[in-house]
Design a protein around this ligand. Structure first.
Ligand code: CA
Length: 370
């Protein structure tokens, strides 16, 4: 089948590109001492193995842990469906079936609705702002509190940056065009889409191509050009819309089983933490580096047509997004505290970024001629 073959070719090409990941500095003296003891852990993912940006981040994370620990802690990585299904990662790590998982927190909001905020918030903060909230604004402490009853310790471990709004086979010119439209769109963005008249469908990434091809869904969002090219979505959808209002960043999470983590000596715990933090930055750097080239390929070689969502559609989504977040704050005490913390941080960092990033973007290039 042409589509499948092309997907295969694209994945192979992207895997070749992935091999060009940053080369670590060579140490002058190799440490080849045999490890005193070797602990073996399983890491289960919500992504297919080798998927650029997502799975490769988890795979590099595992490699970093192994390298930094001189193989005292070795992590074997399983793609979605290899050990547990894409949407079983949370339960698998919670129960100790696997010691680690790599996924996105909004997949688990059936456990507690507030988890969605630790994945992304529609019209919320960017990757840079979210990382600031998590590491320096109390966000990570709240996330750990939220996951504690489930026997899990979360770590930020990758970020997509601002995503694309998704793939459509018809143009979206007004709200009328999304009425009844079945779109794969997870998390709070799905709630917003639903309120605006669409039908939000939850599907893992590896089911998108077939679901869109066979009409199970009419449209889908996934991540951004670098990641979407690997799934071949350009084969089966014509219009690629921006901006990614539904995911202005997506935190990829490393979750670790609490008892397994507690049983590690403190230096290995520190290695896990530092490897996660390195991976968190590395993934964002890679997406930022590769997205535009992937988009150019889609447009030049696959006839993808780029479209911007109309302002009135975005304005409606923005209103619903505010309501969705306010309602989430009423679920329980923790939800109230998480939403309050998130909103306060976003307000402050927005004030700063008006003067910094946004003001700078405005002056970086001359305004277009009137
Ligand atoms: Ca997405």
């Amino acid at each position: 089948m042409y589509g499948r073959t092309l997907v295969g070719i694209v994945i192979v090409a992207l895997l070749a590109a992935c091999a060009e990941s940053p080369t670590p500095l060579e140490s002058e003296t190799e440490t080849t001492t045999a490890p005193v003891e070797s602990i073996e852990w399983k890491l289960v993912m919500s992504w297919p193995k080798n998927l650029p940006g997502l799975a490769t981040s988890a795979e590099r994370l595992a490699q970093r842990i192994s390298d930094m620990s001189n193989k005292r802690l070795v992590v074997k990585v399983y793609g979605a469906g290899e050990y547990v299904g894409a949407f079983q990662v949370f339960d698998a790590v919670s129960s100790g079936t696997a010691e680690m998982g790599h996924a996105a927190a909004y997949y688990w909001r059936g456990k507690a609705p507030i988890f969605a905020v630790f994945g992304t918030v529609p019209f919320g903060m960017t990757a840079q702002e979210t990382n600031s909230w998590l590491y320096y604004g109390g966000g990570l402490e709240l996330w750990r509190e939220a996951y504690a009853p489930f026997n899990l310790i979360p770590f930020p471990a990758g970020n997509s940056g601002v995503q694309m709004a998704g793939w459509f086979n018809k143009e979206i010119n007004s709200l009328a065009d999304i009425q009844g439209l079945k779109m794969r769109i997870p998390g709070l963005g799905g709630d917003v889409f639903q309120r605006a008249g669409g039908v939000a469908v939850q599907l893992p990434g590896n089911e998108l191509y077939t679901s869109l091809q066979t009409g199970v869904i009419d449209a889908t969002e996934w991540v951004g050009p670098y990641n979407d090219l690997a799934f071949g979505l350009h084969d089966i959808a014509k219009y690629y819309y921006y901006p990614g209002w539904q995911e202005p960043n997506a935190v990829l999470e490393l979750m670790v089983n609490k008892e397994a983590y507690a049983a590690l000596p403190s230096d290995l715990q520190h290695i896990v933490e530092v490897a996660a933090r390195a991976t968190n930055q590395d993934a964002l750097d890679e997406f930022t580096a590769r997205n535009m080239a992937s988009l150019s390929t889609m447009m030049a070689e696959h006839g993808v047509e780029l479209r911007r969502l109309p302002d009135d559609v975005l304005a409606t989504y923005r209103e619903h997004a505010r309501d969705v977040l306010d309602e989430l704050a009423t679920v329980d005490d923790l939800s109230a505290r998480v939403v309050a913390s998130y909103k306060a941080f976003q307000a402050t960092v927005s004030d700063w970024h008006d003067l910094a990033e946004e003001a700078y973007f405005d002056v970086r290039q001359p305004a277009p001629a009137p």
